[in-house]
Ligand binder design. Structure first.
Ligand code: PBG
Length: 331
């Protein structure tokens, strides 16, 4: 008996020619996958750079609208707007979150007035507005769950009134998705989508974001561990996601991104719903820092990171690299 040529299966055959590698590629990155997070500050004609995120800035509303125009020109489907609030405007209760004329609401209205087709996403959480930097009401060392949700509902309705298309609760209070859904429905926003940060971990990778929205230097190590998830846990993420879906979430976010690809893959396999990965500020900072030192090839590594998200099951990716990726895809 002949055993034929050795080895019968040569995996490298499909890889030899470039056209063949294209044919057998299982995943692709596309413009349709991108959500671009942008920071906004008060003032006019202001560009304020975020030191720990090279290439990322806080924009005054007039310039934020120009960035939105850039997103449109590049074919990026949606942006997420995060406000960087003057510390003088913050208080323990995050009162500014309940003001329908606050920075983020004015920013949303300005963007939607100029680019009605561009998807606009807003976080729901109190951290940009509280002087202690927590996502909820913080009283005698505890985060108050139900009292916080009442405020989050108001915040969500204001943002929807301003024209926000997708409300993204990032606060990790229990039961908030259902309450926010009801509040939106009651105020006539039945078609506003809910993209829940369903599995959001208490992560050190959010450090640069907290610089960007000037919050949380007072939080201390692991300051949000009583409401964000323990990085040790995977099954618990499935439980969180099931609850948010039952409460009416349309899309779920897994966050951070690359260190949590196992969670993303499990979520996609188990629930089969739209899943978004958030490549967070610390992931952005790591890639930029290594590239600046000449230790990594920036473009190559960021494209590879996008493919990793797709392979794990992401339908879309929140990434500060969105315009870079779009430009590479246009080449
Ligand atoms: C606020 C929020 C955070 C991020 C998005 N929304 C920070 C946090 O929870 O402390 C992090 C995003 C990033 O690091 O890029 N609730």
């Amino acid at each position: 008996m002949s055993r034929g040529e050795y080895p019968a299966t040569r995996m490298r055959r499909n890889r030899i020619r470039a056209f063949s590698r294209r044919l057998v590629a299982e995943n692709k990155i596309s413009l349709d996958d991108l959500i671009w997070p942008l920071f906004v500050i008060e003032g006019e004609n202001i560009i304020d750079d975020v030191l720990s995120m090279p290439g990322v800035n806080r924009w005054s509303i007039d310039l934020l609208v120009k960035q939105a125009g850039q997103a449109m020109a590049l074919g990026i489907p949606a942006i997420a707007i995060f406000p960087s609030i003057d510390p003088k405007q913050k208080d323990p209760a995050g009162s500014l979150a309940r003001d329908g004329e606050n920075l983020v609401c004015r920013a949303v209205a300005a963007v939607k007035a100029t680019y009605p087709e561009l998807g606009v996403i807003c976080d729901v959480a109190l951290d940009p507005f509280t002087d202690h930097g927590h996502d909820g009401l913080f009283v005698e060392g505890r985060i108050l769950n139900d009292e916080t949700i009442a405020i989050l509902c108001e915040q969500a309705v204001h943002q929807a009134n301003a024209g926000c298309d997708i409300i993204a609760p990032s606060d990790m209070m229990d039961g908030r998705v259902g309450e926010i859904r009801d509040a939106l429905n009651r105020s006539g926003h039945v078609d506003v989508q809910l993209m829940a940060y369903a599995a959001k971990y208490a992560s050190g990778f959010y450090g640069p974001f907290r610089e960007a929205i000037n919050t949380g230097s007072q939080l201390g190590t692991n300051g949000k561990a009583t409401y964000q998830m323990d990085p040790a846990n995977g099954n618990e993420a499935m439980h969180e996601i099931a609850l948010d879906l039952a409460e009416g979430a349309d899309i779920i976010i897994i966050k951070p991104g690359m260190p949590y690809l196992d969670i993303l893959q499990r979520a996609k396999t188990k629930f089969g719903v739209p899943c978004v990965a958030y490549q967070v500020s610390g992931e952005y900072a790591m890639i930029c820092a290594a590239a600046q030192n000449g230790w990594l090839d920036r473009d190559r590594v960021l494209l590879e990171s996008m493919l990793a998200f797709k392979r794990a099951g992401a339908d879309a990716i929140l990434t500060y690299f969105a315009p870079d990726i779009a430009k590479i895809l246009h080449k």
